[in-house]
Design a protein around this ligand. Structure first.
Ligand code: PAF
Length: 288
């Protein structure tokens, strides 16, 4: 096990990965997987720490998955820095890093895709119609390659976590899915690799996402029960930031992600906002 002083072992092929995992299993160790696209920040490292606390060996995958980016999205620009990532992973004691290239992940003739159904349709699914097909497919492939006891995802991508839980249940994948809390900057901005795109002015404006989620929470605790009123107030607040453009803001059922008519229990506020050219998402569970 890595004692947090040395870099994790780096493997780039499925064969090497399977051999390393089999050796750990033969030693009787349990396996945790934190799937990532690299450009690691504290949010990712919290997944690694959660895995370290529960599992004998922690595997981190680093793969910028082309199939979850739509046409015109930021696949080419997505930040990549494997060297810096390995240093960060050494600090928190990750054991094994799997960093394949596109050919290793999607062999010639790849033609099978995972469609998770209704939970993948609203919100992000509406704005990015092929996104969850790409996410579900690559996550299922990673789960099949590693065979972890537990896999760790962040709650910032709330809908992604719902999609993965649905897929794992429906396809009988023998991995426990853990969803870890959002890690935020001092002004509440959720940590994201895409925050690196923000210049100083856009970074200042990006705090409006969290502020609007706090407003929603405040309105619910003051007794507001009409989701339309809350969405309108959040929309007005977000649109007050000069470079903000709303993709969506919605109050939905936390399980189905369907819109709700009236607040009668816990509700999820979810939003996607463009600050200039940078698209950010965030969410908060609102409790009565
Ligand atoms: O959350 C992410 O970084 C990605 O969607 C994931 C789960 C690593 C799949 O590419």
């Amino acid at each position: 096990m890595n004692d947090a002083s040395s870099r994790p072992t780096l493997v780039t092929t499925v064969d090497q990965l399977r051999r390393a995992v089999a050796a750990a299993r033969a030693d009787g160790r349990s396996i945790g997987l934190a799937p990532t696209m690299g450009a690691l920040h504290e949010g990712h490292l919290s997944l690694v720490r959660a895995s370290k606390a529960e599992c004998g060996v922690t595997v981190v995958s680093i793969f910028v998955n082309p199939s979850q980016f739509g046409p015109g999205e930021d696949l080419a620009a997505y930040p990549r820095d494997l060297d810096a990532d390995l240093d960060k992973l050494a600090e928190c004691g990750a054991d094994l890093v799997f960093a394949p290239d596109n050919e290793e992940m999607y062999g010639e003739g790849h033609a099978t895709w995972v469609d998770v159904g209704s939970v993948a349709r609203p919100l992000e699914g509406e704005c990015r119609p092929t996104h969850f097909r790409g996410v579900a497919t690559v996550v299922l492939k990673l789960l099949n390659m590693v065979g972890p006891d537990r896999a760790y995802f962040g709650e910032k991508d709330y809908q992604q976590a719902r999609v993965i839980r649905r897929m794992v249940a429906d396809l009988d994948v023998p991995t426990v899915i853990r969803v870890c809390p959002i890690v935020r900057e001092a002004d509440g901005l959720a940590m994201s690799s895409r925050n690196a795109y923000l210049d100083v002015d856009a970074r200042r404006q990006a705090a409006i996402l969290w502020k609007s989620l706090c407003l929603a929470d405040e309105l619910v605790s003051q007794g507001e029960r009409d989701p339309r009123t809350i969405v309108r107030r959040m929309r007005e607040m977000i649109e007050s930031a000069e470079d903000a453009r709303l993709d969506y803001v919605a109050l939905v059922d936390p399980d189905t992600l369907e819109p709700i008519e009236r607040i009668e229990g816990p509700v999820l506020a979810a939003l996607a906002v463009r600050i200039g050219a940078t698209r950010l998402i965030d969410n908060r569970l609102l409790k009565m």
